[in-house]
Design a protein around this ligand. Structure first.
Ligand SMILES: *Cc1c(COP(=O)(O)O)cnc(C)c1O
Length: 301
């Protein structure tokens, strides 16, 4: 499966004489958004090959990964269990768009406290889950493992050789690791961290086999899922100019950062940049309900 490359027309790109193409992975599938499609593909194959009937995974209240896994599991004939961070959601998940849709797609939930959630990868916790649910194929939080990286290696195709720079948002690092591995030798991959801190640099280093990459760590806007008026307004303006929606957690921060770097002449005249639109648009409704409570401007859908 191959997504389309869309040329972005924007005054800044004309002024700085750089070319920007967005690879529209967000359009790959209506419900298995962008990189989550890539990350699940070989995992679901492996689950079938192991003759498993149930997929179990982890995520937060607005998780793109939960939404994608619920739908993909349904499509491939698996049962799905989502272990969800936050006990308080037990009584309110029906009003959460992401969880409601995942439930309608057949996923069943186990809500756990934030402290239990931190222990979710421990052998004891997994063992307790197996006692409760029987055998399952475990997909880690965010979906990152070696099969996910293998899937993400398929994002770059031979037609993408013309680009000098490849950009992606980074959550767990699985997607950017796949891109780094399958990039052409003349390309440089920039990963824009959606999280605060630079621990991801070490994690990505463990997953890749070359040094054609850089982690950009100054466009996290305060941390994972944190936003600001400036970011929301940037995303809305980008949509006005290009008709393309970006999500506020990942792709919005990446494009904000990329435009800031272009503004500051990081890239030579003539540079051809390909940025990956990894999807995540299902989370906008949830983010808008948070923004509303904070009296911040809303994202245009
Ligand atoms: C999950 C996600 C990411 C992060 O992917 P990782 O492989 O965890 O780094 C980026 N963008 C979107 C839209 C996502 O949903």
């Amino acid at each position: 499966m191959q997504s389309i490359n869309q040329l972005i027309e924007h005054p800044l790109l004309v002024e700085k004489q750089v070319t920007l193409v967005l690879k529209r992975e967000d359009l790959l599938h209506p419900f298995i958004s962008g990189n989550k499609y890539r990350k699940l593909k070989y995992n679901l194959w492996a689950a079938k090959a192991e003759n498993q009937h149930t997929i179990l995974t982890f995520g937060g209240a607005y998780s793109n990964h939960i939404a994608a896994t619920a739908y993909a599991a349904k499509e491939k004939g698996f049962k799905a269990i989502g272990v969800i961070r936050g006990e308080e959601l037990e009584n309110s998940w029906q009003t959460n768009n992401t969880l409601k849709k995942a439930y309608d797609d057949g996923m069943r939930f186990k809500f756990i406290s934030r402290s239990d959630y931190r222990e979710k990868e421990s052998a004891e916790f997994i063992e307790a889950l197996r006692k409760e649910y029987g055998n399952f194929y475990l997909v880690p939080e965010g979906g990152t493992n070696s099969l996910a990286i293998k899937g993400c290696e398929e994002i770059i195709t031979k037609e993408d050789k013309e680009f000098d720079v490849v950009c992606s948002s980074v959550g767990t690092g699985g997607t950017v690791a796949g891109l780094i591995k399958s990039s052409f030798v003349h390309q440089k991959v920039f990963g824009f961290s959606a999280l605060k801190g630079d621990f991801l640099r070490n994690e990505i280093e463990q997953l890749v086999d070359n040094e054609r990459w850089q982690l950009v760590t100054n466009y996290h806007f305060g941390g994972y899922a944190k936003t600001s008026k400036e970011l929301i307004e940037f995303i809305n303006l980008f949509k006005d100019i290009t008709s393309i929606s970006l999500d506020p957690i990942y792709t919005g921060k990446m494009i904000f950062g990329l435009f800031d770097m272009i503004k500051h002449d990081t890239f030579a005249v003539g540079t051809k940049i390909m940025a990956i639109h990894t999807g995540g648009l299902q989370g906008i409704a949830g983010m808008n309900s948070v923004l509303k409570k904070k009296n911040l401007p809303l994202l245009n859908i």
